[in-house]
Design a protein around this ligand. Structure first.
Ligand code: G3P
Ligand code: CA
Length: 299
Protein backbone atom coordinates (compact mmCIF):
# COMPACT_ATOMS: atom_id res chain seq x y z
CA UNK A 1 0.00 0.00 0.00
CA UNK A 2 0.89 3.67 0.16
CA UNK A 3 1.90 4.30 -3.43
CA UNK A 4 -0.03 6.73 -5.54
CA UNK A 5 1.48 8.46 -8.52
CA UNK A 6 1.97 6.41 -11.63
CA UNK A 7 4.80 7.03 -14.01
CA UNK A 8 2.64 9.19 -16.29
CA UNK A 9 1.97 11.64 -13.49
CA UNK A 10 5.61 11.55 -12.47
CA UNK A 11 6.76 12.31 -15.99
CA UNK A 12 4.28 15.17 -16.30
CA UNK A 13 5.48 16.55 -12.96
CA UNK A 14 9.06 16.73 -14.14
CA UNK A 15 7.94 18.47 -17.31
CA UNK A 16 6.01 21.02 -15.26
CA UNK A 17 9.01 21.50 -12.99
CA UNK A 18 10.87 23.12 -15.84
CA UNK A 19 11.96 20.29 -18.05
CA UNK A 20 12.47 21.45 -21.62
CA UNK A 21 10.25 19.24 -23.72
CA UNK A 22 7.01 17.48 -23.22
CA UNK A 23 6.51 14.42 -21.10
CA UNK A 24 6.23 12.30 -24.20
CA UNK A 25 9.64 13.51 -25.40
CA UNK A 26 11.36 12.82 -22.08
CA UNK A 27 14.09 10.17 -22.22
CA UNK A 28 13.32 7.03 -20.24
CA UNK A 29 16.18 7.63 -17.76
CA UNK A 30 14.84 11.10 -16.98
CA UNK A 31 11.40 9.66 -16.50
CA UNK A 32 12.76 7.16 -13.97
CA UNK A 33 14.55 9.98 -12.16
CA UNK A 34 11.30 11.91 -12.10
CA UNK A 35 9.58 8.98 -10.47
CA UNK A 36 12.22 8.84 -7.78
CA UNK A 37 11.93 12.58 -7.23
CA UNK A 38 8.18 12.82 -7.31
CA UNK A 39 6.88 9.42 -6.29
CA UNK A 40 5.17 9.23 -2.93
CA UNK A 41 7.50 8.52 -0.12
CA UNK A 42 7.38 4.82 0.50
CA UNK A 43 8.47 4.04 3.99
CA UNK A 44 5.03 2.56 4.35
CA UNK A 45 3.91 5.69 6.18
CA UNK A 46 0.86 7.35 4.67
CA UNK A 47 0.90 11.15 4.47
CA UNK A 48 -2.45 12.81 5.15
CA UNK A 49 -3.09 16.54 4.72
CA UNK A 50 -5.21 17.59 7.68
CA UNK A 51 -8.39 19.46 6.65
CA UNK A 52 -6.54 19.83 3.35
CA UNK A 53 -3.16 21.54 3.55
CA UNK A 54 -4.62 23.70 6.28
CA UNK A 55 -1.36 25.48 7.08
CA UNK A 56 -1.45 27.02 3.61
CA UNK A 57 -5.13 27.55 2.79
CA UNK A 58 -8.39 27.81 4.71
CA UNK A 59 -9.23 24.41 6.18
CA UNK A 60 -11.87 22.17 4.62
CA UNK A 61 -12.17 24.23 1.42
CA UNK A 62 -11.47 23.34 -2.19
CA UNK A 63 -8.47 25.67 -1.94
CA UNK A 64 -7.10 23.53 0.89
CA UNK A 65 -7.51 20.43 -1.26
CA UNK A 66 -5.71 22.22 -4.09
CA UNK A 67 -2.93 23.24 -1.69
CA UNK A 68 -2.56 19.64 -0.54
CA UNK A 69 -2.19 18.60 -4.15
CA UNK A 70 0.38 21.32 -4.78
CA UNK A 71 2.34 20.03 -1.80
CA UNK A 72 2.16 16.52 -3.23
CA UNK A 73 0.04 15.00 -0.49
CA UNK A 74 -1.24 11.51 -1.10
CA UNK A 75 -4.39 11.74 0.98
CA UNK A 76 -6.60 14.51 2.38
CA UNK A 77 -8.51 14.47 5.65
CA UNK A 78 -11.85 16.34 5.67
CA UNK A 79 -14.71 16.73 8.15
CA UNK A 80 -18.31 16.16 7.09
CA UNK A 81 -21.51 17.48 8.71
CA UNK A 82 -25.07 18.12 7.48
CA UNK A 83 -26.98 21.29 6.62
CA UNK A 84 -30.54 22.05 7.76
CA UNK A 85 -31.87 20.85 4.41
CA UNK A 86 -29.85 17.64 4.39
CA UNK A 87 -26.80 18.53 2.31
CA UNK A 88 -23.52 16.95 3.38
CA UNK A 89 -21.05 19.77 3.91
CA UNK A 90 -17.33 19.93 4.58
CA UNK A 91 -16.68 21.94 7.73
CA UNK A 92 -14.89 21.24 11.01
CA UNK A 93 -16.58 23.23 13.76
CA UNK A 94 -20.23 22.53 14.58
CA UNK A 95 -20.82 26.28 14.32
CA UNK A 96 -20.00 28.62 11.46
CA UNK A 97 -18.59 31.43 13.57
CA UNK A 98 -14.86 30.74 13.43
CA UNK A 99 -14.33 29.92 9.77
CA UNK A 100 -16.98 32.05 8.03
CA UNK A 101 -18.52 35.52 8.15
CA UNK A 102 -21.87 34.11 9.33
CA UNK A 103 -22.08 36.61 12.19
CA UNK A 104 -21.95 39.50 9.69
CA UNK A 105 -24.19 37.98 7.05
CA UNK A 106 -26.79 36.64 9.49
CA UNK A 107 -26.48 38.87 12.60
CA UNK A 108 -29.53 37.39 14.33
CA UNK A 109 -28.78 33.68 13.85
CA UNK A 110 -26.61 32.86 16.89
CA UNK A 111 -25.32 30.34 17.89
CA UNK A 112 -24.59 29.68 14.18
CA UNK A 113 -24.94 25.92 14.30
CA UNK A 114 -24.16 24.24 10.99
CA UNK A 115 -27.38 22.26 11.41
CA UNK A 116 -29.47 25.48 11.49
CA UNK A 117 -28.40 26.76 8.06
CA UNK A 118 -29.60 25.63 4.66
CA UNK A 119 -27.10 24.98 1.92
CA UNK A 120 -28.34 28.08 0.09
CA UNK A 121 -27.64 30.16 3.19
CA UNK A 122 -24.20 28.62 3.66
CA UNK A 123 -23.37 29.41 0.05
CA UNK A 124 -23.53 33.11 0.91
CA UNK A 125 -20.75 32.76 3.44
CA UNK A 126 -17.11 33.61 2.90
CA UNK A 127 -15.17 30.60 4.19
CA UNK A 128 -11.73 31.93 3.36
CA UNK A 129 -11.17 35.52 4.56
CA UNK A 130 -10.72 34.47 8.18
CA UNK A 131 -7.54 32.78 6.96
CA UNK A 132 -6.42 35.32 4.36
CA UNK A 133 -8.27 37.91 2.29
CA UNK A 134 -6.91 36.25 -0.85
CA UNK A 135 -9.38 33.42 -0.17
CA UNK A 136 -12.52 35.56 0.08
CA UNK A 137 -14.22 33.59 -2.68
CA UNK A 138 -13.95 30.24 -0.92
CA UNK A 139 -17.29 28.67 -0.01
CA UNK A 140 -18.11 25.77 2.27
CA UNK A 141 -17.95 22.84 -0.14
CA UNK A 142 -20.41 20.00 -0.33
CA UNK A 143 -19.11 16.46 0.05
CA UNK A 144 -19.77 15.89 -3.63
CA UNK A 145 -17.74 18.94 -4.60
CA UNK A 146 -14.86 17.80 -2.42
CA UNK A 147 -15.00 14.31 -3.94
CA UNK A 148 -14.91 15.80 -7.40
CA UNK A 149 -11.89 17.98 -6.63
CA UNK A 150 -10.05 15.05 -5.04
CA UNK A 151 -10.90 12.95 -8.07
CA UNK A 152 -9.44 15.61 -10.37
CA UNK A 153 -6.23 15.54 -8.34
CA UNK A 154 -6.17 11.74 -8.07
CA UNK A 155 -6.00 11.99 -4.29
CA UNK A 156 -7.45 9.80 -1.56
CA UNK A 157 -9.81 10.78 1.22
CA UNK A 158 -9.83 10.23 4.97
CA UNK A 159 -13.34 11.39 5.83
CA UNK A 160 -14.21 12.22 9.43
CA UNK A 161 -17.86 12.14 10.45
CA UNK A 162 -17.84 15.13 12.77
CA UNK A 163 -20.16 15.16 15.79
CA UNK A 164 -22.60 12.62 14.34
CA UNK A 165 -24.84 12.80 17.42
CA UNK A 166 -26.00 16.15 16.02
CA UNK A 167 -26.99 14.56 12.72
CA UNK A 168 -29.00 11.39 13.27
CA UNK A 169 -28.74 9.10 10.26
CA UNK A 170 -25.75 10.89 8.73
CA UNK A 171 -23.97 7.56 8.20
CA UNK A 172 -26.78 6.49 5.87
CA UNK A 173 -26.67 9.86 4.08
CA UNK A 174 -22.94 9.42 3.49
CA UNK A 175 -23.46 5.87 2.23
CA UNK A 176 -26.16 7.08 -0.14
CA UNK A 177 -23.98 9.92 -1.40
CA UNK A 178 -21.19 7.45 -2.07
CA UNK A 179 -23.52 5.10 -3.89
CA UNK A 180 -23.74 7.92 -6.44
CA UNK A 181 -19.94 8.07 -6.53
CA UNK A 182 -18.99 4.38 -6.70
CA UNK A 183 -15.40 5.06 -7.72
CA UNK A 184 -14.80 5.86 -4.03
CA UNK A 185 -15.87 2.39 -2.96
CA UNK A 186 -13.32 0.43 -4.90
CA UNK A 187 -10.78 0.08 -2.09
CA UNK A 188 -7.07 0.40 -2.69
CA UNK A 189 -5.59 0.68 -6.13
CA UNK A 190 -2.77 -1.72 -6.88
CA UNK A 191 0.06 -0.94 -4.53
CA UNK A 192 -1.71 2.21 -3.33
CA UNK A 193 -3.45 3.49 -0.24
CA UNK A 194 -7.15 3.08 0.31
CA UNK A 195 -9.16 5.38 -1.91
CA UNK A 196 -11.47 6.23 0.98
CA UNK A 197 -11.38 5.65 4.71
CA UNK A 198 -14.08 6.84 7.11
CA UNK A 199 -13.34 7.70 10.73
CA UNK A 200 -15.00 9.32 13.74
CA UNK A 201 -14.43 10.02 17.40
CA UNK A 202 -17.90 8.52 17.85
CA UNK A 203 -17.17 4.80 17.61
CA UNK A 204 -20.84 3.80 17.47
CA UNK A 205 -21.25 6.07 14.48
CA UNK A 206 -18.15 4.53 12.94
CA UNK A 207 -19.74 1.09 13.38
CA UNK A 208 -22.99 2.24 11.79
CA UNK A 209 -21.02 3.60 8.86
CA UNK A 210 -19.05 0.36 8.59
CA UNK A 211 -22.30 -1.62 8.50
CA UNK A 212 -23.57 0.58 5.65
CA UNK A 213 -20.26 0.56 3.79
CA UNK A 214 -18.49 -2.70 4.62
CA UNK A 215 -16.08 -2.41 1.69
CA UNK A 216 -14.71 0.89 3.01
CA UNK A 217 -12.05 0.80 5.75
CA UNK A 218 -13.10 2.49 8.98
CA UNK A 219 -11.02 4.11 11.71
CA UNK A 220 -11.63 4.90 15.37
CA UNK A 221 -10.40 8.35 16.29
CA UNK A 222 -8.94 8.69 19.76
CA UNK A 223 -7.27 6.18 22.02
CA UNK A 224 -8.97 2.80 22.26
CA UNK A 225 -8.12 1.23 25.63
CA UNK A 226 -5.68 -1.63 25.17
CA UNK A 227 -8.06 -4.20 26.60
CA UNK A 228 -10.68 -3.26 23.96
CA UNK A 229 -8.44 -3.30 20.89
CA UNK A 230 -9.21 -6.93 20.00
CA UNK A 231 -12.96 -6.33 20.25
CA UNK A 232 -12.85 -3.38 17.86
CA UNK A 233 -10.56 -5.30 15.52
CA UNK A 234 -13.54 -7.50 14.68
CA UNK A 235 -14.71 -4.77 12.28
CA UNK A 236 -12.49 -1.66 12.47
CA UNK A 237 -9.39 -1.19 10.34
CA UNK A 238 -7.61 1.66 12.09
CA UNK A 239 -7.12 3.30 15.47
CA UNK A 240 -6.21 6.96 14.95
CA UNK A 241 -5.06 8.67 18.16
CA UNK A 242 -3.43 11.96 19.01
CA UNK A 243 0.32 11.48 18.66
CA UNK A 244 0.94 12.67 22.22
CA UNK A 245 -1.07 9.75 23.62
CA UNK A 246 0.75 6.78 22.09
CA UNK A 247 4.06 4.97 22.17
CA UNK A 248 5.68 2.12 20.25
CA UNK A 249 4.13 -0.50 22.53
CA UNK A 250 0.63 0.77 21.84
CA UNK A 251 1.26 0.80 18.08
CA UNK A 252 2.54 -2.76 18.30
CA UNK A 253 -0.59 -3.90 20.13
CA UNK A 254 -2.77 -2.36 17.41
CA UNK A 255 -0.67 -4.07 14.76
CA UNK A 256 -0.98 -7.39 16.57
CA UNK A 257 -4.74 -6.98 16.21
CA UNK A 258 -4.18 -6.50 12.47
CA UNK A 259 -5.19 -2.85 12.49
CA UNK A 260 -3.29 0.28 11.50
CA UNK A 261 -2.46 3.48 13.36
CA UNK A 262 -2.78 6.90 11.73
CA UNK A 263 -1.84 9.59 14.20
CA UNK A 264 -2.82 13.28 14.34
CA UNK A 265 -2.08 16.23 14.23
CA UNK A 266 1.67 16.18 13.79
CA UNK A 267 3.08 19.48 12.60
CA UNK A 268 6.62 19.43 13.92
CA UNK A 269 9.34 17.50 12.06
CA UNK A 270 10.77 16.01 15.26
CA UNK A 271 7.32 14.78 16.29
CA UNK A 272 6.89 13.28 12.82
CA UNK A 273 10.20 11.42 13.22
CA UNK A 274 9.13 10.25 16.64
CA UNK A 275 5.79 8.95 15.29
CA UNK A 276 7.57 7.12 12.48
CA UNK A 277 9.89 5.62 15.10
CA UNK A 278 6.84 4.29 16.95
CA UNK A 279 5.89 2.40 13.82
CA UNK A 280 2.72 4.28 12.86
CA UNK A 281 1.15 3.58 9.48
CA UNK A 282 0.14 7.14 8.71
CA UNK A 283 0.58 10.71 9.89
CA UNK A 284 -2.01 13.47 9.64
CA UNK A 285 -0.49 16.96 9.35
CA UNK A 286 -1.36 20.53 8.43
CA UNK A 287 2.03 20.59 6.65
CA UNK A 288 2.04 17.85 4.03
CA UNK A 289 5.25 19.20 2.52
CA UNK A 290 7.19 18.92 5.78
CA UNK A 291 5.72 15.50 6.38
CA UNK A 292 6.68 14.29 2.95
CA UNK A 293 10.28 15.40 3.46
CA UNK A 294 10.52 13.75 6.85
CA UNK A 295 9.08 10.48 5.57
CA UNK A 296 11.58 10.57 2.71
CA UNK A 297 14.46 11.18 5.14
CA UNK A 298 13.43 8.25 7.27
CA UNK A 299 13.19 5.90 4.32
O1 G3P B 1 -8.05 13.23 11.52
C1 G3P B 1 -7.74 13.57 12.82
C2 G3P B 1 -8.18 14.93 13.25
O2 G3P B 1 -8.82 15.60 12.20
C3 G3P B 1 -9.05 14.88 14.42
O3 G3P B 1 -9.20 16.13 15.03
O4 G3P B 1 -10.40 18.18 15.57
O5 G3P B 1 -8.89 18.13 13.64
O6 G3P B 1 -11.07 16.96 13.54
P1 G3P B 1 -9.93 17.39 14.41
CA1 CA C 1 -10.93 16.02 11.41
Amino acid sequence: MFQRLGSAAAIMALALLGGSGTAAAMPEADARAAEVQRAPVSTGVLDVAHRGASAYAPENTLAAIDAAHEHEATTVELDVQRSKDGELVIVHDTTLARTTDAEEVFPDRAPYNVADFTMKEMRRLDAGSWFDSAYADERIPTLQEALQRLREHDMNLLLEIKSPALYPGIEGDIAEALSNAPDWLTGARAGGPDRLTIQSFDWMSTKRSHDRLPSVPHGLLGLVPEDQIDDYAAWADQINPNHTTIDADYVEKVHEADMEVLTYTVNNADDMRSAIGMGVDGIISDYPDVLRKVIAEER
